[in-house]
Design a protein around this ligand. Structure first.
Ligand SMILES: Cc1cc2nc3c(=O)[nH]c(=O)nc-3n(C[C@H](O)[C@H](O)[C@H](O)COP(=O)(O)OP(=O)(O)OC[C@H]3O[C@@H](n4cnc5c(N)ncnc54)[C@H](O)[C@@H]3O)c2cc1C
Length: 351
C-alpha cells in the first residue's frame, strides 16, 4: 500500500483519488480552493447561483456514459439525450451537475471522505524529493510537498499526482523534465465569464445564444435560471452567464471587471439585436486557464521510476478523426484520471 498525494480536486483529481483509494492505497487530496470542483464551478450570489465554469458536459465513450448514468441514478446529475432513436442512433448524452455543476464534485468528494484525507485551502507550491530517502539511499524514492506559504508539509508520499491545468502542472512537475515539457507545450484558452441578472426576462431571447465567430466578443450566452430546480430569487426574473471568445478573452486578459461586464452585456445586445437594460446584479470571473483546444493524445503521464504522474483535461485527446466525436474537457478529465489511476495501480507495490 502506498501513500499518494493528489494535487487538485477537480474531476480528474477526484477520479484518480477514488480509484486509488478503492485499490487500497492511502490518498491525500490537496486543493488550493475552499472546496472541490475546479472548473465545474458554481458561484453563489444574492441574485442566485451561477454555473460560471463548464455549463454541462457530453459523454461520448461507453465508460463515461456508464459513469454518468450511475451519477444520474444517485441524483448527482441531470441528463438529457442518450435515448436510442428509431434509427438505432444513440444521441450523445449531455449532463450537468444537479442542481448545480459544483454539486457533482461535492458529492464525489463526500463519497470519498472516509478513505481520503482531503485538505482544502492548501495550495501546493512545489514537489520536492524527500530528504530522508535522498540521505539514506542516494536515490530519490519519496516526495514531500512545499505549500505556498513556504512550509514543507510533514507527510512523506510514495507517489504524487498532479491534476491541475497544464500551465500550472508544468511548474509542479519540474522534477520530471519530460512531463513538465509535455505540459509546457499544452495551452489552455482563457475565458472571461460574466454572471448577470435582470428583474425581468430578456425580450425575445431564448435559453441559449451561441456565436460561431471566433473573432467576435461573445461565444455563448446561456440563461442559467432555466435549469431544473434552480429556485426563484425575489426580484430576479432571469440570470445569464456570458462567455467571451478565447480571442477576445486573451486580448482583454487584464481588463477591469466592470469593463468586461459592459462589453459582454453590450455584445449580447448587439449580437442578438435585443435592447438590454443594465443588469441589477453583475460579476465577472476570468478563467486564465479555461478550455484546452489541443489536448495531448496520450491518456495521462506517469513516470514509474520517479512515481510522479499527471492527469486532467490537458490529456486524453486521442487520435481525432472524422468518425470520432470530440471528447470535451470534463469527460477527458475523468478518462485521464481513471487511466492514470489504473497505470499506477499496476506499477505501485501492494504492501
Ligand atoms: C468557461 C468554461 C466553459 C467550459 N465549458 C465546458 C463544456 O461545455 N464541456 C466540457 O466538458 N468542459 C467544459 N469546460 C472545461 C472543463 O470545465 C474542464 O475541462 C474540466 O473541469 C477540467 O477538470 P480537471 O480536473 O482536469 O481540472 P480543474 O477542474 O481545473 O481542477 C484542477 C483543480 O486543481 C486546483 N489547483 C490548481 N493548482 C493547484 C495547486 N498548486 N495546489 C492545489 N490545488 C491546485 C484547482 O483549484 C482546481 O480545483 C469549460 C471550462 C470553462 C472554464
Amino acid at each position: 500500500m502506498s501513500h499518494i498525494a493528489v494535487v487538485g480536486a477537480g474531476i480528474a483529481g477526484l477520479t484518480v483519488a477514488d480509484e486509488l483509494q478503492s485499490a487500497g492505497h492511502v490518498v491525500s487530496l490537496l486543493e488550493k480552493s475552499q472546496g472541490p470542483g475546479g472548473r465545474c464551478a458554481t458561484r453563489r450570489s444574492a441574485a442566485g447561483p451561477f454555473d460560471h465554469g463548464a455549463p454541462s458536459f457530453t459523454a461520448t465513450t461507453a465508460a463515461f456514459r456508464a459513469q454518468v448514468t450511475a451519477w444520474r441514478d444517485a441524483g448527482w446529475v441531470a441528463v438529457e439525450g442518450g435515448r436510442r432513436e428509431s434509427t438505432g442512433f444513440e444521441a450523445p448524452l449531455r449532463a450537468c451537475g444537479f442542481p448545480s455543476m459544483n454539486t457533482l464534485a461535492q458529492q464525489i468528494a463526500r463519497s470519498l471522505s472516509s478513505g481520503v484525507d482531503m485538505r482544502t485551502d492548501t495550495p501546493v507550491a512545489s514537489i520536492e524529493p524527500s530528504d530522508h530517502d535522498a540521505a539514506d539511499t542516494g536515490a530519490q524514492t519519496g516526495w514531500r510537498l512545499r505549500l505556498l506559504d513556504g512550509r514543507l508539509d510533514t507527510t512523506r508520499f510514495d507517489a504524487v499526482v498532479v491534476a491541475v491545468p497544464a500551465e500550472q502542472a508544468a511548474v509542479l512537475l519540474g522534477s520530471d523534465s519530460a512531463l513538465a515539457e509535455a505540459m509546457r507545450q499544452t495551452c489552455s484558452d482563457p475565458c472571461w465569464t460574466v454572471m448577470a441578472a435582470w428583474p425581468n426576462q430578456l425580450p425575445t431571447l431564448q435559453g441559449e445564444y451561441r456565436s460561431t465567430d471566433p473573432l467576435g466578443v461573445l461565444s455563448l450566452a446561456r440563461r442559467d435560471d432555466a435549469r431544473i430546480d434552480r429556485g426563484n430569487v425575489p426580484g430576479i426574473g432571469s440570470r445569464w452567464v456570458l462567455h467571451a471568445t478565447p480571442y477576445w478573452s486573451a486580448d482583454h486578459l487584464d481588463a477591469a471587471a466592470a469593463d468586461v461586464i459592459a462589453d459582454l452585456v453590450g455584445a449580447l445586445a448587439t449580437q442578438s439585436g435585443v435592447d438590454i437594460a443594465a443588469p441589477v446584479h453583475a460579476a465577472a470571473h476570468r478563467w486564465r486557464y479555461g478550455q484546452v483546444p489541443k489536448p495531448r493524445p496520450e491518456p495521462c503521464g506517469w513516470n514509474a521510476m520517479l512515481r510522479l504522474g499527471s492527469c486532467g483535461d490537458a490529456w486524453h485527446g486521442g487520435a481525432r478523426g472524422a468518425d470520432r466525436p470530440r471528447v470535451d474537457g470534463v469527460e477527458r478529465a475523468w478518462l485521464s484520471g481513471r487511466a492514470l489511476a489504473r497505470e499506477m495501480i499496476r506499477s505501485l507495490p501492494r504492501d
